[in-house]
Design a protein around this ligand. Structure first.
Ligand code: DON
Length: 531
C-alpha cells in the first residue's frame, strides 16, 4: 500500500511492490514520481527524511536534509547595510540549500532496497518524458503559482504553455529537461545528480542567479543514517525522525506529557482535549526553539527531552482549567508555508516506510535549473535569519540554528510509524511547517485515545499551538461554538480558519493484516494504491 499526494505517484510505487520490490524500493519510486507529478513539493532539488521500520522491529532514519554550502555564514541573510533581509533569506538563489533527495534515495537503495535502481527511476523518466495528464489539483496549483514561477524563464518554459498561460486539467504535461536529468540519475545513480552534467547545470544556475552552491558543494553532499527517535505512548511504540528534525523529539515529548492525562474524557475536540494538547504543544515548542539544531554541530539533549521524568515535570506545570502564558522572550518565527509532502508505504512483509520531503515553500524558490528541468528549494530559510535577533515579528536568533558551512537547517518534518506488540499499526506524517508536529501528534492521539479508524483520524479537524506567538489556531469548524467559548474562557487566544496539513497515512490491522490507505482530502490529487 502506498498513500501520497498524487494518485499517479502512489500507483508508480504500488507497481514496484507488485513486481516484488520492498517498501523502500516503493518509497524511492514514489518519491521520484512525485518530483514529476507533484512539483509543489515532490522534488529532486530539495531534501527530507525517511523513517523505516523493518519486519523484525528494528528501526532506522535516513537524513537527506539539505546542507548549507561552504560559503555560508551566520550573517549571510543580511543586506549590505547589515539589516536582516527576508528576500535574501527566503526568496533568492542564496536561499537554496545543497539538495539531498537523490543522495537520500541512493543511500536508502544501497542499504535497504531490493529491486534494481533503474527500475525505480524508470517510471518517473516515463512520466516526465512521455508526459502525464494534469489532474485538477495540479492545474489549480500551477495556475496560482504563475506569479511566483513567472519570474524565471526556465520555470515558465517547463510548466506553462508557449504563450506563458497555464495548462488546464486534462492537458498533457511533458517535462523534457527533467526527463533527461532523471535519465542521468537512472543510469549513474547519485553521480547522475551530484557530478557531471546535472551538477554543472546547477552550478551555472547558481552563478547566473547570484547563489552560492558550487560543483564542489554538490560533490561533497552526503546523506546520513541516524538512530530514529523511539518513544512509547500507552503501550504503543512511536518511531520518528531525530535532529536535525525537531519533529520526533517534540512529538514524543508531547505524548509523554499527555500520557498522564485522560485525554479522551470530555470528547474529541472538546475543551479539555484541545486545552491539554495546546498546553503540551506550548511546552514542547519552547524546548524546540531553545535546544534543537543540526546534531553534527550542536549538542541536542534528546534523551532528557524525550524522557518520562522530564514530561512529568512539565505536566506538573499544566493547570487543566487555565491557559499558561508564553513568555514574550525568544519569539519563534511565524514564517512558514504549507508546501511539503508526506507519503506512507507498507509492503507485504510489514516493512514500513514513512517519508516527508520538501522544497520548503510551494515550488521552492520558484526557479527551475535551466537545462536540468527541476525546481530548487529555498530551505536556507529554515536557518535563523540573524544571530541574536529575536523580535516580535517572529524572527529567532538562537545559536543552535544559525547557518554554518555544511550545516543542516532545523526542520519540523515528522515522518512517523506507530507499532504495537511487535507489529506496525500505522504510518503517519504531514507537511505544514511547524504545524507538522502537531498534525502528526493529533492523528496518533485520534487513533490511540479516540480509537478512530485511520481515515477518520486523518479527516478530523486539527489545531496548532507553537508557544509563540501565543495563539491557538483551529481549522474552520474544528470545534463547536460552545467549545470555542470554553477554550477562550480558559485564557487561550484563538484564531479559527484555514487548513492544517495533509496527512497521507495508512493503517495495518494487527489481526487480519489488512492495509487501509487514508489519503488526506485536504490535497486534491491524493490517492492510495495497493495491490
Ligand atoms: O523542514 C521544515 O520543517 C520546513 N521546511 C517544511 C516546510 C513545509 O512543511 C512547508 N509545507 N508544507
Amino acid at each position: 500500500m502506498v498513500v501520497s499526494a498524487s494518485a499517479i505517484a502512489s500507483k508508480a510505487g504500488s507497481d514496484v511492490l507488485a513486481a516484488g520490490g520492498n517498501a523502500v524500493d516503493a518509497a524511492i519510486a514514489t518519491g521520484l514520481a512525485l518530483a514529476v507529478t507533484y512539483p509543489t513539493a515532490g522534488n529532486i532539488g530539495g531534501g527530507g527524511f525517511m523513517v523505516i521500520r523493518f519486519p523484525d522491529g528494528r528501526t532506522t532514519a535516513l537524513d537527506f536534509r539539505e546542507k548549507a554550502p561552504a560559503a555560508a555564514t551566520p550573517t549571510m541573510f543580511l543586506d549590505e547595510k547589515g539589516e536582516y533581509s527576508s528576500t535574501i533569506h527566503h526568496n533568492s538563489h542564496i536561499a537554496v540549500g545543497v539538495p539531498g533527495t537523490v543522495a537520500g534515495f541512493a543511500l536508502a537503495h544501497e542499504k535497504y532496497g531490493s529491486a534494481a535502481w533503474r527500475d525505480l527511476v524508470e517510471p518517473s523518466v516515463r512520466l516526465a518524458s512521455d508526459g502525464f495528464v494534469i489532474p485538477t489539483g495540479l492545474a489549480n496549483s500551477l495556475s496560482g503559482a504563475l506569479r511566483k514561477l513567472g519570474r524565471y524563464p526556465a520555470s515558465v518554459a517547463a510548466y506553462y504553455k508557449n504563450d506563458s498561460t497555464p495548462y488546464a486539467e486534462g492537458d498533457t504535461l511533458v517535462l523534457a529537461d527533467l526527463g533527461r536529468t532523471l535519465e542521468r540519475i537512472r543510469d549513474n545513480g547519485r553521480d547522475g545528480f551530484y557530478t557531471g552534467e546535472t551538477a554543472r547545470l546547477i552550478a551555472e544556475e547558481m552563478k547566473n542567479g547570484g547563489g552560492l552552491i558550487t560543483e564542489a558543494d554538490l560533490a561533497a553532499y552526503q546523506a546520513a543514517e541516524r538512530e530514529a527517535v523511539v518513544g512509547t505512548y500507552r503501550g504503543y511504540d512511536i518511531i520518528s525522525m531525530p535532529p536535525p528534525s525537531s519533529g520526533g523529539v517534540a512529538m514524543v515529548e508531547m505524548l509523554n506529557i499527555l500520557e498522564g492525562f485522560d485525554v479522551a474524557a470530555g470528547g474529541h475536540n472538546g475543551a479539555r482535549h484541545v486545552h491539554l494538547m495546546a498546553e503540551s504543544m506550548r511546552r514542547a515548542f519552547r524546548d524546540r526553539a531553545q535546544h534543537i539544531g543540526d546534531p553534527d554541530f550542536v549538542t541536542v539533549p534528546v534523551e532528557r527531552l524525550t524522557s518520562k521524568e522530564y514530561a512529568a515535570e512539565l505536566r506538573a506545570t499544566i493547570d487543566s482549567t487555565r491557559a499558561t502564558k508564553s513568555a514574550v522572550t525568544d519569539l519563534v518565527a511565524d514564517w512558514e508555508s504549507d508546501e511539503t509532502t508526506h507519503y506512507s508505504v507498507v509492503d507485504k512483509d510489514g516493512m514500513a516506510v514513512s517519508v516527508t520531503y520538501t522544497l520548503e515553500a510551494g515550488y521552492g524558490m520558484g526557479a527551475v535549473v535551466a537545462g536540468a528541468g527541476f525546481l530548487m528549494n529555498n530551505e536556507m530559510g529554515d536557518f535563523n535569519g540573524k544571530p541574536g535577533l529575536t523580535d516580535s515579528t517572529g524572527l529567532i536568533g538562537t545559536a543552535a540554528n544559525v547557518a554554518r558551512p555544511g550545516k543542516r537547517m532545523l526542520s519540523s518534518m515528522s515522518p512517523a510509524i506507530v507499532a504495537k506488540d511487535g507489529k506496525v499499526i500505522a504510518v503517519v506524517g504531514s507537511p505544514g511547517g511547524r504545524t507538522i508536529i502537531n498534525t502528526v501528534l493529533q492523528v496518533i492521539v485520534n487513533l490511540i485515545d479516540f480509537e478512530m479508524p485511520i481515515q477518520a483520524a486523518v479527516d478530523a479537524p486539527r489545531f496548532h499551538h507553537q508557544w509563540l506567538p501565543d495563539r491557538l489556531s483551529i481549522e474552520a469548524d474544528g470545534v463547536s461554538p460552545d467549545v470555542l467559548a470554553a477554550i477562550e474562557g480558559m485564557g487561550h487566544t484563538v484564531r479559527m480558519g484555514g487548513r492544517q496539513g495533509t496527512a497521507h497515512s495508512l493503517a495495518v490491522d494487527p489481526t487480519t493484516g489488512v492495509r487501509t490507505g487514508a489519503p488526506d482530502k485536504r490535497d486534491r490529487d491524493a490517492g492510495a494504491a495497493g495491490h
